[in-house]
Design a protein around this ligand. Structure first.
Ligand code: PBG
Length: 332
């Protein structure tokens, strides 16, 4: 669309910016707590939380505390939370069997939250990295992250999460063929209404650093994830991935990281018009929090501005560690 501008002074674009009333009347996008998905980290134990140094304000929570967080989220109007498990080195194995155990901490949390707060949607993460001895999202054979054997494990993981009561499965592994395999297994297991929010355009990003601290993966990870996550130089490839994931049965797609990749969000939304989410990842959160703590930025203001930018870029919602803080401000 080409903007039409009659010459000054007929057009004074500042006219519509002169008061809060006029500005709110013509504002094109809006942000509400219903746009937010809150990622939370769960760990073994009871009634405890441990801070994550590189993510000020974020903690790992025991399941009972995660239930309290889900109650808080629901009361704030946040429609979904996303669960990530913390696993220590001692729980990691080469076969990653804990990933599809109904008793792993993530599946325990899903059941407890579903029971206590049935109206909140529970999202999961599907990838082997929290359980893998080498920190990779897939099995490693002779130094190679193998695709097809990994997909078989991801399917088992997906079914265990669906059985536990998850509403939204989030495959974050970037293996090829995983969406089709998970979708077909869900159909066979009569979980046809479980939704898939695919981490579709997930880049091999250094902005995930603090998250890897949070889930205990920093020490575990050998090498990088560049043979499966996307090259930050690419943009067209994101559209091929979205087309592929939709054709395989994804209900929603995600771009990750968020702020440095808003161009990808816009291209995806324009090209496909499907529910599109961005993940404002740990490193983005850490940057804003660090600057705010130093008094270099107004923390609340940049938080709200950054979240609005996702809406402007075409996103329907955002996964963000700021979810409860932003919802509190939005609720006045
Ligand atoms: C694991 C996973 C990662 C994130 C979400 N799921 C890290 C990675 O791929 O190494 C990152 C989230 C964040 O940085 O906030 N598959």
């Amino acid at each position: 669309m080409k903007p039409t501008v009659t010459p000054f002074p007929a057009t004074r674009l500042r006219r519509l910016r002169q008061s809060p009333a006029l500005r709110s009347l013509v504002s094109q996008n809006s942000l509400s707590p219903s746009d937010l998905i809150w990622p939370i980290f769960v760990m073994e134990g009871t009634d405890a939380e441990t801070p994550i140094a590189s993510m000020p304000g974020v903690t790992r929570k025991t399941v009972d505390r995660a239930v309290s967080a889900a109650k808080e989220a629901h009361a704030l109007g946040i429609p979904a939370i996303c669960i990530f498990p913390y696993t220590g080195m001692e729980a990691r194995t080469e076969d990653c069997a804990l990933a599809w155990s109904p008793e792993n901490i993530s599946n325990q949390a899903i059941r407890a939250i579903k029971d206590a707060v049935p109206d909140i949607a529970i999202m999961t993460d599907i990838a082997l990295d929290p359980y893998n001895i080498n920190g990779h999202d897939g099995f490693v054979e002779n130094g190679e992250i193998v695709n097809d054997r990994t997909v078989e494990a991801l399917v088992k993981m997906a079914i265990a999460q669906a059985e536990a009561g998850a509403d939204i499965l989030g495959p974050s592994d970037m293996m090829d063929g995983r969406i089709a395999a998970i979708r077909s297994a869900l159909e066979s297991a009569r979980h046809q209404n479980v939704t898939i929010l695919s981490y579709t355009a997930k880049y091999a990003s250094s902005f995930y650093g603090p998250f890897r601290d949070a889930v205990g993966a920093t020490a575990a990870l050998t090498g990088d994830k560049k043979t499966y996550q996307m090259d930050p130089a690419n943009s067209d490839e994101a559209l091929r991935l979205v087309a592929r994931d939709l054709s395989e049965g994804a209900d929603m797609v995600m771009v990750k990281p968020g702020m440095p990749y808003l161009d990808i969000c816009r291209r995806v939304k324009d090209a496909f018009g499907v529910p599109t989410f961005a993940y404002q990842v740990s490193g983005e959160y850490a940057m804003l929090q660090a600057a705010a703590q130093n008094g270099w930025l107004n923390g609340d203001a940049v938080m709200m501005e950054s979240l609005m930018c996702f809406k402007r870029a075409g996103c329907d919602g955002v996964l963000t560690y700021f979810a409860p803080a932003a919802a509190k401000i939005l609720n006045g």
